[in-house]
Write a protein that binds this ligand. Sequence first.
Ligand SMILES: [Zn+2]
Length: 321
Amino acid sequence: MSHASAQGLRRLTAATLTCGTCLAVLVPGPAHAYSGNNHEKITRAALHWESGSLAAMADARDGAIVADDDGEYFNLGFLHCDNADYLAPRYASAYPRTRDEATTELLACIRGAVARLREAVRHADELVDDDGRIIPRQSDLDPPCAWNEKERRAKCKVLEQLGRGWHPIEDFYSHSNWADKADAGPVNTDNPPGLNRTAIAPFFDVRRYSSMDDPAWAREAAGLVPEDLATGCYPDFESTGLKPVGCTGRIKHNGTLNKDTEASRRSGNGNFQRAADLAAREITRQWNDFTAELVETYPEHGRGQQMVCALTHDHPVSSCR
Ligand SMILES: [Zn+2]
């Protein structure tokens, strides 16, 4: 499954405008993330919302969940949890990146999700008045939300923050070896180890981290990263370590580690399905944590519960009394 061509073209245009030297991006290449269709499937499996609200979040082309795959920021590696590649000395004598550098990239991915959660909690306050009543214009989804960080409607703002925060987390499962089984034969940069995990990753405890200061949660999260965890090096993406990203000698996203489509090389061994299942369970966890945060942050007059109702219902003024 490849990206929809229109979306791809918009992406190429954005790349041309923002990255004059990245001419390689102009050559249509492999998808850099779960295709929109897979983001949609995962997100729909995770959430039980009314149809219009769910479509605003999950749609493969127009949903908040794919906003990070579009526009001028798409080539930032941390928005797709890329470039956290590492191979331990027992597999590779001189891997070009250290465990710490890889973990720094992963922390950047988590940090983005933490910031988005905080913003979503802040914007949700505008959905409901002081007495716990839904404010009609704030939860209107007609016309559809534009995911350009300029929306005025609170529901659009909250959905955008959530979608942009969840996208990298979904990508993590596709782009990492967390749920993978490696192929038979020697483990190396071409056949990275698989961690074969069957539970969601403990270092995406985004709600908890959102209440902590940055060094504290970063230390905690780093301590939960397994030695052999890797995501793939993506050649055109900027990484946070301020080193130019060259993927020579590294575990690559393209052709090696990604499970963005069922046809991806690493999707065998049941890897594609396990990654997608875990991503859906993860988004359910993220949503449940977010709703708990709203209820705890806004206890007066049941305001937090009303915010949850406004986000999940298509006609909250009549549905959320
Ligand atoms: Zn992505």
